[in-house]
Write a protein that binds this ligand. Structure first.
Ligand SMILES: Nc1ccn([C@@H]2O[C@H](COP(=O)(O)O)[C@@H](O)[C@H]2O)c(=O)n1
Ligand code: MG
Length: 289
């Protein structure tokens, strides 16, 4: 059905169930399909030449527009809060207030740096930002078939949009909801626009008033892509889901987190820096029967 599912990186707890969902997505047809995806470490790579690839926040945090003192403080925050974010032994209830703390402190530090809107394109060009291998086929397939792609990110919207733009795949079917920067009239960062989106509130509560999913009410077949347990709720605002396939990238602390990911995602991709499996499934679904 999908040869890419035989890759060594693929783990599936209930193969028969997964086959059934993929078949149903194909039978319902392209007109019913929408894709909902996280950005950092899902559409972007986790590993870059043996090191961690930057997230949209990291791109800004480590850029030349941030003072040495600012860089150190932002790095300290990352080292303190990231282990909490991915800790499989803490509940989401425990993590939520700590994530609000992290995002709030990081955004405050960034605002102190007087970043210019006009610097963003160059900051991204100079960064090590990398989309996953196969990204072009992924974006192209969705665009050619008029399948809406909703990118729901707790990263920095201005940065991730620029990454997609510079990769020449920011097509008309792509919509982004994320944390966007607010600038003064002379283009200096003054605040982040609300509501604050962090790893564990990616659900309908932060989409109020966007009307995004309501206008797509006929798109009842969903492919959801994420890398965190927080990404599992991204489709909660879709009015009537008929079939949903959840694909999770397990990038870090693989052994410790495998059980939870296998219990929550239909397909788990372990240390896989490509979109091969997603592209294979899309190719199969989008093939006219
Ligand atoms: N100051 C911060 C806050 C968060 N992160 C990372 O960003 C990722 C969230 O973005 P998604 O597109 O994945 O929703 C998440 O992986 C956090 O670890 C950061 O790097 N710096
Ligand atoms: Mg992510």
């Amino acid at each position: 059905m999908v040869p890419e599912l035989e890759k060594a990186t693929v783990r599936i707890r209930q193969p028969e169930r997964v086959r059934g969902i993929i078949q149903a997505l194909r039978e319902r047809g392209v007109a019913r399909l929408q894709v909902i995806s996280d950005f950092d470490m899902t559409l972007s790579r986790f590993g870059c030449n043996g090191r961690r690839c930057p997230t949209s926040h990291n791109i800004l945090d480590t850029s030349r527009v941030i003072s040495e003192d600012g860089k150190k403080k932002l790095k300290d925050l990352l080292h303190y809060y990231y282990p909490i974010e991915i800790d499989p032994n803490r509940t989401l209830e425990e993590k939520r207030p700590l994530m609000v703390e992290w995002w709030t402190k990081a955004h405050e530090l960034l605002v102190q740096q007087k970043i210019h809107k006009s610097d963003i394109a160059q900051i991204v060009r100079e960064s090590e930002a990398m989309l996953r291998d196969g990204f072009k086929e992924f974006f192209d397939q969705l665009h050619k078939n008029n399948v809406p792609l909703f990118i729901f990110s707790a990263g920095v919207g201005d940065i991730l949009e620029e990454i997609i733009r510079q990769a020449n795949v920011f097509y008309s079917n792509v919509n982004v909801v994320s944390n966007y920067m607010g600038f003064s009239d002379d283009g200096v960062l003054t605040h982040f626009k609300g509501p604050l989106i962090h790893t564990y509130n990616k659900n309908n509560t932060v989409l109020q008033g966007t009307g995004y999913f309501q206008q797509l009410s006929t798109r009842t077949s969903i492919i959801l892509l994420g890398d965190s347990m927080g990404d599992l709720t991204m489709a909660d605002g879709v009015p009537s889901v008929e079939n949903i396939l959840k694909i999770g990238f397990l990038n870090d602390k693989v052994e410790e987190r495998r059980r939870k990911y296998l219990d929550s995602y239909d397909i788990v991709l372990e240390s896989d820096e490509t979109l091969d499996v997603v592209n294979g499934i899309l190719r199969y679904i989008l093939t006219q029967t």
